[in-house]
Design a protein around this ligand. Structure first.
Ligand SMILES: Cc1ncc(COP(=O)(O)O)c(C=O)c1O
Length: 398
């Protein structure tokens, strides 16, 4: 008996090229993993203790679908202190990480056929969430030559009568760009002029090296910015799955609650206990992790410069975009893994503006990171020389 074919757009979500490489790399026990953004530190002891105590005391039942009121209050307080944006607990919705929040927003705010603007290079999961919501993802460029910082005028030029939302991500994955205040203000202004939602993915808010992070919330005057935060990267709690969204519109908060009820019932309670301990406990682990990423960024860029490999120095997050001298970045990534046991994310997975580049994660431990970059430089040497000889052969008519 044939089964019915799924008719939902979810069945047509394209697979992320990062996952493809990761799955291949997991089969190679010698692989150096530079393809995935996973902090290399462990969760802080006070976070683990808080969850263990809650588990022992049986404080692990369902919570409100919007999250624990104590966590909503702690998150509101943090947003107020960090981004100087007065925030009430009622504006906070606890999510299963930033990405769950973004997917909820797209499902809640967009109708089939509505367009959502995404930065190119892009984090592929936004596109996946947009497609799952029956929306149409459209790219706006951020260019390597400008440090991958967008030009609000170029973003505005991509707005059509169907555009309903734009995603902004600073500090950015995959580029490591941190947008200056005037650019953030310009993007909020474009959203205002065209009556768009601005969905701000701030899961790397804590990881900046040279310039401060500016949240679009700081420039929002009419409640159109929804900001998504996460404990994943800041507190090395990736698999614990907790984040929170700041949602100024009470009707949207209510809709998020309904969707959460219908899908997850409530955010994981142990994850929420962890997040509460992380937000309210000592923060020295965060500062130490950021200092370590900065040191790795400096060492990685110095190595690449010494080897003559072009790259864009990241200002935040923990990713580095490297020019590999060939457009066939997927082929190069597969070859690098097969021959030199180094996994990187091919540029093709991030969009047109990442053509000819690969992304490596600076969250990998320092020694394997530098070893992996050295091997990547060796592979680029071979590839570029190979390409040059092929071009020379072609131009000589051979
Ligand atoms: C830009 C961006 N947004 C969201 C996420 C997912 O974060 P979370 O674990 O909070 O869902 C990631 C993870 O790599 C990311 O890079």
């Amino acid at each position: 008996m044939p089964r019915p074919a799924p008719s939902s757009p979810v069945a047509r979500i394209p697979r992320s090229g990062i996952r493809t490489l990761m799955d291949l790399a997991l089969r190679d026990p010698r692989a150096i993993h530079l393809e995935i953004g996973e902090p290399d530190s462990a969760p802080a002891p006070h976070v683990v203790d808080a969850v263990a105590a809650a588990a022992r005391d049986g404080r692990t039942g369902y919570t409100s679908s919007l999250g624990l009121s104590t966590l909503r209050a702690a998150a509101a307080d943090r947003v107020h202190r960090t981004h100087r944006r007065p925030t009430t607990p009622d504006e906070v919705v606890v999510t299963h990480g930033a990405m769950h929040g973004l997917a909820m927003a797209m499902a809640t705010l967009l109708a089939p056929g509505d367009e959502v603007l995404l930065p190119d290079p892009t984090f592929p999961n936004w596109q996946m969430a947009a497609i799952a919501a029956s929306a149409v993802p459209r790219a706006y460029p951020t260019r390597a030559a400008h440090g991958f910082v967008p030009d609000p005028a170029e973003v505005e030029a991509r707005v059509t009568p169907r555009t309903r939302a734009m995603v902004v991500c600073s500090p950015n994955n995959p580029t490591g760009a941190v947008y200056p205040d005037d650019v953030v203000a310009g993007l909020v202004e474009v959203a205002r002029r065209h009556d768009l939602w601005l969905l701000s993915d701030e899961c790397y808010e804590a990881v900046t090296f040279d310039a401060p992070h500016v949240s679009p919330l700081a420039h929002d005057t009419d409640g159109r910015v929804i900001a998504f935060f996460s404990t994943s990267k800041t507190y090395a709690l990736t698999g614990w799955r907790t984040g929170y969204a700041v949602v100024p519109d009470p009707d949207v908060v209510e809709a998020f609650g309904h969707l959460a009820e219908a899908t997850i019932a409530c955010p994981s309670t142990p994850g929420q206990v962890a997040a509460l301990a992380a937000l309210t406990g000592p923060q020295d682990g965060v500062a130490a992790a950021v200092a370590s990423y900065r040191e790795r960024r400096d060492a990685a860029c110095a190595l690449l410069t010494a080897r003559g490999v072009r790259h864009v120095e990241p200002q935040g997050a923990f990713y580095l975009m490297i020019d590999v001298g060939t457009q066939a970045t997927e082929e190069l990534a597969h070859r690098l893994l097969a021959r030199r046991h180094v996994a990187v994310a091919p540029g093709t997975t991030f969009g047109e503006e990442a053509a000819g580049m690969v992304r490596v994660s600076l969250a990998a431990p320092r020694d394997p990171l530098l070893e992996g970059l050295g091997r990547l430089a060796d592979e680029i040497d071979v590839t570029v020389v190979g390409d040059r000889s092929a071009a020379a052969l072609a131009s000589s008519g051979a």
